[in-house]
Design a protein around this ligand. Sequence first.
Ligand code: PXP
Length: 235
Amino acid sequence: MPELGVNIDHVATLRQARRTYEPDPVWAAAMAELGGADGITVHLREDRRHIQDRDVRLLNETVTVKLNLEMACTDEMTQLAIEIQPEQVSLVPEKREEVTTEGGLDVVTQRDRVATVVDALRSCGIEASLFIDPVEDQIRASADLGVAAVELHTGQYALAKGAKQERELELLQKAGEAVVASGLRLHAGHGLNYQNVGPVASIPSMHELNIGHAIVARSIFVGFQQAVREMKELL
Ligand code: PXP
């Protein structure tokens, strides 16, 4: 059974809509833990549109399961991660104008930058996971950097319907095999919800799924703890 990393960014999105103190992502993390979350994921964006530095610092003190910090490969973020020391850092591409993370990290063309960040994190005992598209070249380049894990981008699968979704699932299954054969831990995420998570959770050796929007959306109606519990049951 894959572990569930609950991404609580959009709890902070709601708070930032009013620049107020509620809802607090720290409370959401506690509720997620009570609902059975195996990890808490936050993306500290360079533009600080949702999660704030204060959230990451407090979560690092209060979260008792794995804290996974998503961030861009910048010097500023690397310094922050080294200072805060989360259990895991997920490196993602970041564009200011995007609504959400659009594609995977291009480890092939940005090898040197990614390697610098991965090495800096490793020397401080922080595991790195690379968020990549389910593509052979990207998997090989990630394995060459000696990272602990890769997170396969499930966005195309989540957006597709019918036969196209089947093809996207096959790509994820094939990529999953290559990840495991390379000796890396297999993670996946983006766009997963209560309807489409099953086949991805069933990919052999799937270790961790990071899911945010669907859980936060459902939590408005059923409560955070319950929304997490329902996702956990599906896994
Ligand atoms: N994994 C990564 C690397 C992400 O950037 C995101 C979105 O922040 C997610 C997982 C979660 O995606 P969603 O909110 O669509 O579940």
